[in-house]
Design a protein around this ligand. Structure first.
Ligand code: ADP
Ligand code: MG
Ligand code: MG
Length: 496
């Protein structure tokens, strides 16, 4: 179990300014590590010529396409208008349909002739050079390793830093022998494949997947502010104040909406899986139990952590996104009450008793619950999934419209423009004392064969494009290297 002690930064041996952006922490050889290949070597790259992917979704692609448009007098206005539309879109909660139509017609125009011309320009050549860098094979030499952050089922999680850019990440290492012994291949690959298809500020992002001789590694967004379990139970009086409950619940709600929109069920919502970053924003992590729903389908299977399972999961019924809204109810309850629903402090009921309570027993709300938060919890913790908030037709939007969230501007929140109510103290480490984390033992007598190697090949896909490109932009490696022309003039920076 976690201890209350907070370790000071000197002990924790992390470089100062966690998650440090900027040139700090870059290797002195960073320019050699990120050297462009000659364009003639990039021509054979296998790139799908899709406007949305190349010019909208990929961050470096988008920047280069915008630079191209700005270099063309006939397209400059289009791109300025597009930027203005993005700003309005972020700030306006009720999006007028005219705005949507405007976006659509703008993209309809740009994806025609301008997109064809872009692919003949030096801006697109440069894009190919960046893609070539992105596709370099990744080994452990690409990273420096710092302190141990935590322990999982198949191995440890370490703080690490990309040598070339200085970006800090968390590296989740899965010991190959442990994975094999406990038949965790499907689960590991599942987590990796689900994460690589997502990109949300409310879910940890996968930046790299690679292998070493002994481990499979997932390099994830660094979340150094501890998990919500720790914040609820180990810092001061159990529970969190109303503003933090509202803010975290709202961000988790956005994360769930993103997952569900991508047909992913999360299934493991509980305080210890919600992690805080430096600034005090949260992300959903540990997607080992998540599952992809095929079109409109439902799944079955008693999966999750018993105390947080929905009645329909325990009842071996088919279920869908309803289970995650139940999970959000449990989370809001625990953040408010300072203890999980349906259990007394320090009580560990038998599994059969816990199942009975979840299916039959009504919840009790103490005096820490305001009228709004009580109503939110009881709507989310409705036993019948068809009557539960979040499941009555408009999905997560109906949760966001609940009175409890009245003061939250969800558009601003989704754009990362809402200041968190609590900022972790950069001198503290909000987790178990690193010395309390047991060493991960190695397993003997497990040998790895060809079938294992086939699985590793599916796993180690290297850099994940969108996260990698964001890393280049955030650490300013993009703007420092993206120089055009013999005069070496800097390209105008397009940070909005
Ligand atoms: P498992 O799936 O094996 O349970 P987790 O993904 O939960 O593994 O990771 C184990 C522990 O490592 C977590 O409880 C947390 O303390 C730490 N951890 C995981 N991901 C991160 C991250 N992105 N940033 C910081 N710490 C993390
Ligand atoms: Mg875990
Ligand atoms: Mg897991």
């Amino acid at each position: 179990e976690r201890r209350v002690t907070l370790v000071t930064r000197e002990v924790s041996s992390l470089p100062a300014g966690r998650g440090s952006r900027g040139s700090r922490g870059r290797s002195c050889k960073w320019k050699d590590m990120l050297r462009f290949s000659h364009i003639s070597q990039c021509m054979d790259l296998d790139i799908e010529r899709d406007y949305l992917s190349l010019c909208v979704n990929q961050p470096i692609g988008k920047k280069l396409f915008h630079l191209f448009c700005r270099s063309r007098p006939d397209l400059q206005n289009n791109i300025s208008l597009l930027d203005a539309l993005v700003c309005v879109d972020t700030l306006e909660f009720r999006k007028p349909t005219s705005l949507f139509l405007c976006f659509r017609s703008m993209h309809e125009y740009l994806c025609g002739e301008p997109f064809v011309q872009y692919q003949d320009s030096l801006f697109f050549d440069r894009f190919l050079q960046w893609k070539m860098l992105e596709r370099q094979p990744i080994t452990k030499q690409a990273f420096r390793q710092y302190r141990l952050l935590g322990k999982g089922g198949f191995g440890e999680v370490w703080a690490c830093q990309v040598r070339a850019t200085g970006m800090m990440y968390a590296c989740k290492k899965l010991q190959k022998t442990h994975v094999k012994m406990r038949k965790g291949e499907t689960m590991a690959l599942n987590e990796k494949q689900i994460l690589e298809g997502l990109n949300s500020r409310f879910v940890v992002n996968l930046a790299y997947a690679y292998e070493t001789k002994h481990a499979l590694c997932m390099v994830l967004t660094m979340m150094s502010g501890g998990d919500l379990k720790f914040h609820i139970h180990n810092v001061g009086v159990p529970g969190l104040d109303k503003d933090r409950v509202r803010f975290y619940a709202a961000e988790v709600c956005c994360g769930l909406i993103h997952l569900h929109r991508n047909s992913i069920l999360y299934r493991d919502l509980k305080p210890e899986n919600i992690l805080l970053d430096d600034h005090g924003h949260i992300r959903i992590s540990d997607l080992g139990l998540a599952v992809r729903l095929s079109e409109g389908s439902v799944v079955r299977g008693m999966v999750g952590t018993l105390g947080y399972m929905a009645p329909e999961v325990i009842g071996h019924k088919h279920y869908g996104t309803s289970v995650d809204w139940w999970g959000l109810g449990c989370l809001v309850y625990e953040m408010t009450a300072g203890q999980p629903p349906l259990r007394l402090k320090g009580e560990h009921p038998k599994p059969s008793e816990m199942e009975r309570r979840i299916q039959k027993e009504e919840l009790e709300y103490g005096d820490k619950f305001s009228k709004e938060v009580k109503d939110l919890c009881s709507s989310l913790l409705t036993k019948n999934p068809r009557e539960r908030l979040g499941c009555r037709g408009s999905g997560g939007r109906e949760v966001q419209s609940h009175l409890f969230f009245q003061s939250i501007n969800f558009r601003m929140l989704e754009a990362g423009l809402v200041e968190p109510p609590f900022k972790p103290d950069p001198r503290l480490v909000y987790c178990t004392d690193v010395h309390d984390i047991e060493e991960f033992s190695s397993v003997k007598g497990v040998s790895l064969d060809q079938r294992d190697h086939d699985f590793y090949c599916k796993f180690h896909s290297g850099s994940i494009p969108i996260t990698w490109q964001n890393e280049m932009i955030e650490t300013r490696c993009f703007s420092e290297l993206n120089i055009f022309g013999p005069d070496g003039s800097r390209s105008p920076d397009l940070d909005c």
